[in-house]
Design a protein around this ligand. Structure first.
Ligand code: PGA
Length: 258
C-alpha cells in the first residue's frame, strides 16, 4: 500500500515572513490529525528556515524546489543538497518543467542532482510530462518514456523509498486545465510500467507517482483516488492554506475509500 504524498511547490512566491504565515496556517489546520499520507511544502530556499520553525511539531515536512548539480565549490548562486539537508529538508523537486524550459536543464544534470540528493539521505521528486504539442501529435507516451529512460537507469541508488515521480503534463501546469481522470490514470500506469522495465517490478509497484497540473480541492479526491496516482504536486493551490489543506483532505478521503 503506497502512502499518498501531497507536496506544495511554492515556486518564486513567499519570502520568509509570508512563508512563515502560510506554514503556520497549514500547520494549524493539520495539527493533531493522524494522516494516512505525507504532506510537504517546498518554499524558496531563503524561506526554508522560517517555514521549518513555523511548522515545528506539525505534520508538515520540508522540501526544496531545486539543488545544485555539484556537491560544493566555485558555483556562484547555487545551493547544495548538503546545505538543504542541514536545514531540515527531506524532499527535493528535480526536473520541473519550468527548470527544463526556462533554465535549459538537462537529463545529465537531473541525474547528478538526484544522486546528490540521495547521497544526503533525502528523497527526490523527479518531474516529467509532455507539452501540448506532443499530446496533439500523439507523442505523449513516447515523450514520457524518453524522459524516464534518460534518467532512471543512470541513477546510482534509486529505490521506491528515496525516489518519487511526478507526472506533470505541461499543458495543465498553471493553466486551470486539469488532465482528465482517464488521461491521468493512463499516463501514470504507462509511467509505472516503464519504471518497472527500468528499475524493476518491485520498485515500480512501491514507488509513488504524483500528479501535477491544476490540482485543486475540487478534483483532488478523484485524481488521487485513481489506482496509479499516489498524490499531488501542487503549485497555485498550495499558496492558500485552505486550498492546500482541502487537497490534503481529498487525498485523505481517497486513502480511506481504498
Ligand atoms: P499548478 O502547478 O498546480 O499551479 O498547475 C503544478 C506544478 O507546477 O508543480
Amino acid at each position: 500500500m503506497r502512502r499518498y504524498l501531497v507536496a506544495g511547490n511554492w515556486k518564486l512566491n513567499l519570502g520568509p515572513r509570508a512563508g512563515r504565515d502560510l506554514a503556520a496556517a497549514v500547520g494549524e489546520r493539520l495539527r493533531g490529525r493522524t494522516l494516512h499520507g505525507d504532506v510537504v511544502v517546498c518554499p524558496p530556499f531563503v524561506s526554508i528556515p522560517a517555514v521549518s520553525e513555523a511548522a515545528q511539531g506539525d505534520p508538515v515536512m520540508l522540501g526544496a524546489q531545486n539543488c545544485a548539480d555539484q556537491a560544493a565549490g566555485a558555483y556562484t548562486g547555487e545551493v547544495s543538497a548538503a546545505m538543504l539537508k542541514e536545514v531540515g529538508v527531506q524532499y527535493v523537486i528535480i526536473g520541473h518543467s519550468e527548470r527544463r524550459e526556462y533554465y535549459g536543464e538537462t537529463d545529465d544534470q537531473f541525474v547528478r542532482k538526484i544522486d546528490l540528493v540521495h547521497a544526503q539521505g533525502m528523497k527526490a521528486i523527479f518531474c516529467f510530462g509532455e507539452v501540448l504539442e506532443d499530446r496533439k501529435a500523439g507523442r505523449a507516451e513516447a515523450v514520457v518514456q524518453a524522459q524516464l529512460e534518460g534518467v532512471l537507469p543512470r541513477l546510482e541508488s534509486a529505490n521506491a523509498y528515496n525516489l518519487v515521480l511526478a507526472y506533470e503534463p505541461v499543458w495543465a501546469i498553471g493553466t486551470g486545465e486539469t488532465a482528465t481522470p482517464e488521461i491521468a490514470q493512463q499516463m501514470h500506469a504507462h509511467s509505472r510500467k516503464i519504471t518497472a522495465d527500468l528499475l524493476g517490478a518491485d520498485t515500480a509497484a512501491n514507488l509513488r507517482i504524483l500528479y501535477g497540473g491544476s490540482c485543486k480541492p475540487g478534483n483532488a479526491r478523484e485524481l488521487i483516488g485513481l489506482p496509479d496516482v499516489d498524490g499531488g504536486l501542487i503549485g497555485g493551490a498550495s499558496l492558500k492554506a485552505e486550498d492546500f489543506v482541502g487537497i490534503v483532505d481529498g487525498a485523505e478521503t481517497a486513502a480511506t475509500d481504498r
